[in-house]
Design a protein around this ligand. Structure first.
Ligand SMILES: Cc1ncc(COP(=O)(O)O)c(C=O)c1O
Length: 378
């Protein structure tokens, strides 16, 4: 059997990884400024993570959500403490799309309403509701199309207020920093207006923190830069450093009912052990603060380089618009300087490194970036 051919693959196969570094099968070392698509938060194969997962696997890896699992309770307490949302409740699942799917269902259950307001440029995942609120017709199959979703431009406060005054929405869903769309930051004014309009109309504000959350932006959640609270927060990616875990945090104003949400695999012993280990390292190594400081240093280092047309982002979530196609630039970075990076569209480089990078990695990246720009005559 062959693989279903849906991915454009780079000619690189990592076989070993540690911290912010990868090695391919020929033993070539790469600096990882892609983090496996924003997933690697505490660095590859962190010793505490490896130890805790191995220890848990040798005890019990999985049973069922029909029995008590105190690791779930421990994880909820740790996430409450790290995020400042200790009065919220946690529901565990397996991916970012599933987290958003559950967030939308919950908003609809809680309000009794059907409509969702989403943002142009949004990406929320590939399950049926998640894809229906993602602004990309190419990934929506005919079965996903619905007239229950409206879109407005991110940061258009007037459109937000107009939509919320005229239609009954169950939820507004927003990535406080749009990732797939090239790192577009929602303004504080927009986030505050969304909070206010949702309060006035009884609409649920869902913040999709799947990519920007878990410390990557330099705050635990990226919407916390705007000084607001969401009603439901979806997360995945960095939460378990590569072990598939998704989650939503739910406001106390939404009441749980038996059976309204559920999953077989979500919140398994192994998944919780992985997520608890990550939470412990994020705290003990001050990774949220590190993401903020290192992000500022990267931006400082590449600001003003010829051929850089714009730099956007917060913390270690940085979008750089280039005057040349990103594919050509990334090829040189990867093949000559051995640095992995991400992308958005034709001209944007997306940086999503593990949150553990230090000065040494920043300097190596900045030097390689400058050298690449010069070599390409930008
Ligand atoms: C903001 C955002 N939401 C949701 C998702 C979907 O997450 P998953 O691929 O885990 O389903 C992604 C994935 O890139 C994302 O960036």
């Amino acid at each position: 059997m062959k693989l279903f051919d849906v991915y454009s693959l780079l000619d690189m196969e990592p076989v070993k990884a540690q911290g912010a570094y990868l090695w391919d099968k020929n033993g070539v070392e790469y600096l990882d400024f892609y983090g496996g698509h924003a997933v690697i938060s505490i660095g590859h194969t962190h010793p505490h993570y490896v130890e805790k997962i191995s220890e848990q696997l040798s005890k019990i890896g999985f049973y069922s959500n029909a029995v008590i699992n105190s690791l779930q309770v421990e994880l909820a307490e740790k996430l409450g403490e790290l995020s400042g949302y200790d009065d919220y409740e946690l529901f565990l699942c397996n991916s970012g799309a599933e987290a958003n799917e559950n967030a939308l269902k919950l908003a609809s259950f809680a309000t009794g309403r059907e409509r969702v307001l989403a943002m142009h440029g949004a990406f929320h995942g590939r399950t049926s509701l998640a894809v229906a609120i993602s602004d990309n017709p190419a990934i929506q199959a005919p079965v996903n199309k619905t007239d229950k979703v409206s879109y407005i431009d991110l940061n258009n406060v007037e459109a937000l207020q107009r939509e919320l005054s005229s239609k009954e929405y169950a939820a507004v869903i927003v990535e406080p920093i749009q990732g797939v769309n090239g790192i577009r930051v929602a303004s504080d004014e927009f986030m505050q207006a969304a909070r206010e309009a949702c309060d006035k109309t009884g609409t649920m504000l869902i913040c999709d923190e799947v990519q920007a959350g878990y410390g990557r932006s330099g705050r635990f959640f990226s919407h916390q830069w705007s000084g607001i609270k969401a009603d439901i927060i979806s997360m995945a990616k960095g939460i378990a450093n590569g072990f598939p875990v998704g989650a939503i945090m739910i406001s106390p104003k939404i009441a749980a009912k038996k059976g309204m949400l559920g999953t077989t695999f979500g919140g398994s012993h192994l998944a919780c052990a992985a997520a608890i280990a990550v939470a412990d390292v994020v705290k003990s190594e001050s990774l949220v603060e590190n993401a903020r400081v290192m992000g500022e240093k990267i931006v400082e280092g590449i600001k003003g380089v010829s051929g850089v047309e714009d730099i956007r982002g917060r913390g270690l979530m940085i979008g750089i618009d280039l005057s040349v196609p990103q594919a050509d630039f990334r090829k040189v970075l990867r093949e000559k300087h051995h640095i992995m990076t991400g992308l958005s569209g034709k001209y944007t480089l997306r940086l999503l490194p593990p949150l553990v990078i230090g000065e040494k990695e920043v300097v190596r990246f900045v030097e390689a970036f400058r050298a690449t720009a010069a070599e390409m005559g930008m």
